[in-house]
Each structure stands twice: as structure tokens, then as C-alpha cells.
Design a binder for this molecule. Structure first.
Ligand code: UDP
Length: 373
């Protein structure tokens, strides 16, 4: 192994960004991946019917960071797509995040009064987390927050996390706020889109450099000595790296069942959420609606989560956050040996795609141009 080599463990968005950056300055990069494909949970491919589907559920790129948008735009053109989600609540399709349109559809008698109260209290176009809304001591707001909590959040969380909303980090439910306007976009970021030929095609462009060697179906534990490399970037689960010595971190795992139907269209939006416990799944994605693909059939992915399967989301409750801190202290010590822990699994963080890219760009810039390593 040449001394200046970079080892990257895991080819999700974090590993791919790091690989691209180091290769671009002439480093030789070995990128190893346990699965049989690159792209981590953003991986997409054409199924037998020729429909582009995302193997691990819906991923939509959105960011407020111009540098991240510009960086990825170097590897793909974009389908201009703004994500809009509907929730199936009380036998009606209503916008999620819950907004003033959802209010009118679900509580038509009370809507005007509640809308005025919301605007007077918070201001038009404000976005507020359900957990903050619940704190207001006002009869109307209490009525409304109880309603939204029950209809949109409580049962969805029981299915998604096996926890109530207040039992996990408050940033999790705050990702989907109550919106005091008719804005029905799921994300309010300036830049949004789906890579024109899919995520996998974009990823392949990112790692097309001759300086990058990719090994699939390769477990890093096969490598005898990490000190053969100039730097190592570990993007896998942090607890696994340390042989679970402080206990296992809990992740919620993704279960997704695909169905291809002999009809052109299945549902009124790319993603429909089913918060109600009477449905055993959390959401259904109709992939053609993300990519605007024309096809006489359509494929849907019916999603649920459990504690077994493909690691999807860190379960950010107090117990796990404490365990993670112990691992992180160990990880920080390894930085002096140029072993870095980065990404959703290694940092046990609920990163979006753009945050993972940003973290990788920032770390690369610090190491390469910051001068301290
Ligand atoms: N959430 C909810 N009801 C919904 C949508 C989201 O309770 O209809 C909560 C739930 O806790 C979920 C979190 O908001 O885990 C974040 O939702 P998001 O759609 O961002 O999750 P992801 O796409 O990452 O699975």
C-alpha cells in the first residue's frame, strides 16, 4: 500500500464526497463498501419494469447551502422538483407539514377562528414545532395542538420510533413543523431537486477518477492494519467500530415493500404519509412522481420501520445519546492517528444529504488546507 493513500470505509454520500475531494488533489483513494453497490441509502436503480426506484425509500435533495448545491451540480443536472407530501388523515388527503389548508380541510367549522389566532400569536408564515405549540396556554391553541399532535405526530411516531414525540430529541419532530401559511412544500430550502439521471448516476460521476479504487462487498475488518494509510475515514456505525464495548446504539431500521402496478398512477402525491395506527405502514412513495418518469406502469414503496433491518435513523433518545458520547470520546482520541469518524452512522446524527456533503467538504478543507494535519 502506498503511504499517501486514503482509506474510506463506506460509500454513502459522506464517503463519496470525501473520495471525490481527495482524488481531485491527487491522492490515491481506496473506497470500500460492505454492500454490493455505492450510494448508501440514497442508492437508486431501474427495476425490472424500467422504473427508477430508490431502494431505501424517498430521498430528495434540498439545501440552503449554495456551496453544496454548486458542488453537486458539478456531477449532475437536476430535475426541478419541489417535494410536497400529503397525509391521509380522517379519510382526506391533506398537506404535510400541517398548514392552513390542512386546517381548513380537517376542521372546516373552526378553521377561520383558529387561523386568526395562529397568525395573531405567531405571525403569518411562521413555522413552529408541534412540541412548542403544545406549550401555549390558550384554549384555542391547546385544542389545535392536541388535534395536530394526535392526528399527525403521535401515532406516526409510535410506528416510526416506537416512542412518543417527546421521548426523542425535539429536533426530530421539528423537522416537520406546523406551518402558518398555505405553503405546502415539505422543505423550504432555496435549492431543491432530484439528480436528472438519478442519485446513483450522480455518484458514479463523483467517483469516476482514476485515483479512486472501489471495492464492493468488502468488509473493512478484512484489512489488517489501518496505519498503512495516510488517513482513514470511517463512515459506518460507531458502536460497531469499537466492538460495542459501551453497548449497542439503537437505530430504527427501514422495511420497504415494493409493488409494481399495472396502472399509470397510484396516489395524488409522490409521498403520502399514513400517521394513523390503523395502517401498519408510515408512508407510501410513488417513485415516478419524484422523477417525472413517463411509464404505463407505476412502482410504489410501502415503508415501515422496526428495530431490525437496514439501519436507517439514529434513535436520538437520552439513553442512546449518552452511549454515543462515550464512543465519541474514543473516536476523538483516534484523530491524532488520522482516523476520522464522519457521517450519519459514525457521528450518530440525523443528517440530511446536504449536511453530509457539507460535513465532508468542511473536513476535507480543514485537513487539506487548514494545515494542522
Ligand atoms: N413526523 C410525524 N408525522 C408525519 C411526518 C413526520 O410525526 O406525518 C415526524 C416523525 O417523528 C418523523 C419526523 O417527523 O420521524 C421527521 O420526518 P421526516 O419526513 O423528515 O423523516 P425522514 O424522511 O427522515 O424519514
Amino acid at each position: 500500500m502506498k503511504k499517501n493513500n486514503i482509506l474510506i470505509i463506506g460509500s454513502g454520500i459522506t464517503g463519496l464526497t470525501l473520495a471525490e475531494r481527495f482524488a481531485s488533489v491527487g491522492d490515491n483513494v481506496l473506497l470500500i463498501e460492505k454492500r454490493n453497490h455505492i450510494g448508501g441509502n440514497c442508492y437508486d436503480f431501474k427495476n425490472k419494469s424500467g422504473i427508477l426506484i430508490q431502494k431505501y425509500g424517498p430521498h430528495i435533495f434540498h439545501t440552503k447551502y449554495k456551496d453544496v448545491w454548486d458542488y453537486l451540480s458539478g456531477f449532475t443536472d437536476w430535475i426541478g422538483y419541489e417535494h410536497r407530501v400529503l397525509g391521509y388523515i380522517d379519510e382526506k388527503f391533506v398537506p404535510i407539514p400541517f398548514n392552513l389548508t390542512s386546517l381548513h380541510k380537517l376542521l372546516p367549522e373552526k378553521a377561520e377562528h383558529l387561523k386568526k389566532k395562529l397568525i395573531k400569536t405567531f405571525g403569518y408564515a411562521k413555522r413552529i414545532s408541534i412540541l412548542d405549540l403544545k406549550k401555549y396556554k390558550d384554549n384555542d391553541l391547546t385544542f389545535l395542538s392536541d388535534f395536530v399532535y394526535k392526528k399527525v405526530f403521535l401515532e406516526y411516531n409510535l410506528k416510526q420510533w416506537d416512542k412518543k414525540p417527546e421521548e426523542i430529541d425535539s429536533m426530530v419532530v421539528a423537522r416537520v413543523p406546523v406551518v402558518i401559511s398555505e405553503d405546502d412544500r415539505y422543505f423550504s430550502d432555496k435549492y431543491q431537486g432530484i439528480p436528472e439521471k438519478g442519485f446513483t448516476a450522480m455518484f458514479k460521476n463523483m467517483v469516476s477518477s482514476r485515483n479512486i479504487c472501489i471495492k464492493l462487498n468488502y468488509d473493512y475488518k478484512k484489512l489488517k492494519d489501518l496505519s498503512d494509510f495516510k488517513s482513514v475515514f470511517y463512515t459506518g456505525p460507531i458502536d460497531e467500530f469499537f466492538n460495542y464495548k459501551y453497548g449497542k446504539l439503537n437505530y430504527r431500521c427501514l422495511n420497504i415493500k415494493f409493488k409494481t402496478l399495472n396502472r399509470e398512477e397510484y396516489q395524488p402525491a409522490a409521498v403520502v404519509n399514513y400517521p394513523d395506527l390503523k395502517y401498519p405502514y408510515t408512508r407510501i412513495t410513488e417513485f415516478k412522481k419524484l422523477t417525472h418518469q413517463k411509464h404505463k406502469k407505476t412502482t410504489i414503496g410501502i415503508e415501515s420501520s422496526s428495530d431490525k433491518g437496514i439501519l436507517g435513523w439514529p434513535l436520538l433518545d437520552d439513553k442512546n445519546k449518552k452511549i454515543f458520547q462515550r464512543y465519541w470520546q474514543e473516536a476523538e482520541k483516534l484523530e491524532v492517528r488520522n482516523i476520522y469518524f464522519i457521517g450519519r452512522l459514525a457521528e450518530y446524527k440525523y443528517y440530511n444529504i446536504d449536511e453530509a456533503v457539507k460535513r465532508s467538504l468542511d473536513l476535507f478543507n480543514t485537513i487539506n488546507y487548514g494545515g494542522e494535519k
